[in-house]
Design a protein around this ligand. Structure first.
Ligand SMILES: Nc1nc2c(c(=O)[nH]1)N[C@H]1C(S)=C(S)[C@@H](COP(=O)(O)OP(=O)(O)OC[C@H]3O[C@@H](n4cnc5c(N)ncnc54)[C@H](O)[C@@H]3O)O[C@H]1N2
Ligand code: MOO
Length: 415
């Protein structure tokens, strides 16, 4: 059987992380289709169309302070009424010398030109005496000063979070067109793996990658189909790939990417009528990443070692899912930090290592301490880590105080 390969790695050397991200992103022709959802179901979904505001925000002129609405800028006024937030507003227009007791959020009475804060006045019965002059328009929030009717509220390709919910709710938008959920098949490979929750037998280990990847991929924008553990059996793996290629937009696997005789992924993808390419990425850990297509699905094959799989998904696999979901892949932009450690290397590969934030240096940059002694199979150092230290390729040695990068888990693990 001939294995059809994609030319992911035309260069005989290692692909840079950025080049690998671009190559893998190009496997996806475009985003999945769209559907229209009610407001309550929008969180975590990706907008498919821009939403324009049906109304100005704020919808009417109102007071920004608790105080007095004034008909003119004189220092002495007579109180004519009271307006609280939620009131439908005053009907009568103020006359010169008039003031109205007003509270934050209440509609401006007709004829009022400024609001004075209550701390700036002396009250004697119905007389309001200003201690200092106010300017015209002071403390008035104008209709439409935040958003005009017809303004762009949320562009297409936005991952809807609390900010978007706030402005959509404020504008009374009830339905939004979003990308349908990206259907992701998830698969672990390896005869040594046992499902979490089942007892171990000699020589076998629990599958850690699928629960980890489920933890990353289970978002409102995705529907994950769990294909379980595939044994190191080419025929069985081929059948699974054919089925997943029919149902899924993307397939994320771990293991079997390497060169061992039991690493059957490439042959199984070819037997399933797909194409696969091996990208040797200048990345430590996670060097072997395979990507391709099977049926209608883009396939990302992560290395078997759990930390390598995590790094591969965070840095490279996610661009496939972002493209399918209609999100512009976010550039890999580690924060500037300084090393609180010294080490040799990483030489020609960019190294990612579990790391904790340990204060700041004199210039205010975060100091980053590397955790654990390396190794792509170790999980324990991740638990105390705040994110990943990023040591750029080309360093033969890192000394304490050297400039490095830091990728916080919070930003990196959200999809
Ligand atoms: N001769 C070579 N051997 C290896 C090379 C190489 O270049 N030449 N690369 C090494 C590197 S780097 C990595 S990473 C691994 C990648 O191997 P595979 O993607 O084929 O992964 P496996 O061989 O299936 O597994 C590697 C390791 O990870 C454990 N594993 C696998 N799946 C899971 C899982 N779901 N949960 C927990 N642990 C898992 C597996 O038992 C192995 O110990 O290849 C190196 N070898
Ligand atoms: O680079 Mo492997 O991906 O070390 O674990």
């Amino acid at each position: 059987m001939t294995v059809t390969t994609l030319d992911l790695c035309a260069d005989p050397g290692l692909l840079s992380v950025e080049a690998a991200r671009a190559t893998v992103a190009a496997l996806v022709a475009g985003p999945v289709g769209a559907e229209t959802l009610p407001f309550a179901e929008l969180r975590g979904r990706v907008t498919a169309e821009p939403t324009m505001s049906p109304t100005p925000l704020p919808p009417f002129d109102h007071s920004a302070m608790d105080g007095y609405a004034l008909a003119d800028l004189g220092l002495r006024h007579v109180l004519r009424g009271r307006l609280a937030a939620g009131s439908a507003g005053a009907r009568e227009t103020l006359k010169p010398g008039d003031a109205v007791r007003i509270f934050t959020g209440a509609p401006m009475p007709p004829g009022a030109i400024a609001v004075v804060m209550q701390e700036r006045v002396t009250r004697e019965g119905d007389v309001v005496a200003l201690r200092t002059a106010v300017e015209q328009g002071a403390n008035i929030r104008r209709r439409g000063e935040d958003v005009s009717a017809g303004d762009l509220l949320v562009p297409a390709g936005a991952l809807i979070d609390a900010r978007h919910l706030a402005i959509l709710a404020a504008s009374g938008v009830e339905r939004v067109a979003v990308r349908r959920k990206v259907v992701i098949g998830l698969l672990s490979t390896g005869d040594e793996l046992i499902e979490h929750g089942r007892p171990l037998t000699p020589g076998r280990i629990h599958d850690a990658n699928r629960p980890m990847l489920l933890g990353i991929l289970s978002t409102p924008a995705h529907e994950v189909i769990d294909y379980g553990i595939a044994p190191d059996d080419p025929a069985e793996l081929t059948q699974l790939l054919i089925e997943a290629g029919r149902r899924c937009d993307a397939l994320v696997t771990s293991g079997a990417t390497s060169v061992g005789e039991e690493d059957h992924l490439a042959a199984a993808v070819a037997a399933a009528g797909g194409q696969l390419g091996l990208a040797k990425v200048a990345l430590k850990p996670g060097k072997p990443i395979v990507a391709g297509r099977v049926g209608g699905a883009a396939l990302v094959g992560l290395p078997g070692n759990p930390f390598a799989a995590l790094v591969g998904q965070m840095l490279i696999g996610r661009v496939v899912l972002e493209r399918l979901a209609g999100l512009e892949p976010r550039p890999l932009a580690p924060l500037s930090a300084v090393a609180a450690f010294g080490q040799k290397g990483p030489g020609g590969r960019t190294e990612f290592a579990p790391a904790a934030l340990v204060g700041t240096d004199p210039s205010g940059l975060p100091r980053v301490e590397k955790l654990g002694r390396g190794g792509s199979a170790r999980l324990a150092p991740l638990i105390a880590a705040d994110g990943l230290a990023v040591i750029p390729a080309g360093h033969d040695e890192v000394k304490p105080g050297d400039a490095i990068g830091f990728l916080p888990f919070r930003a990196a693990l959200e999809v």
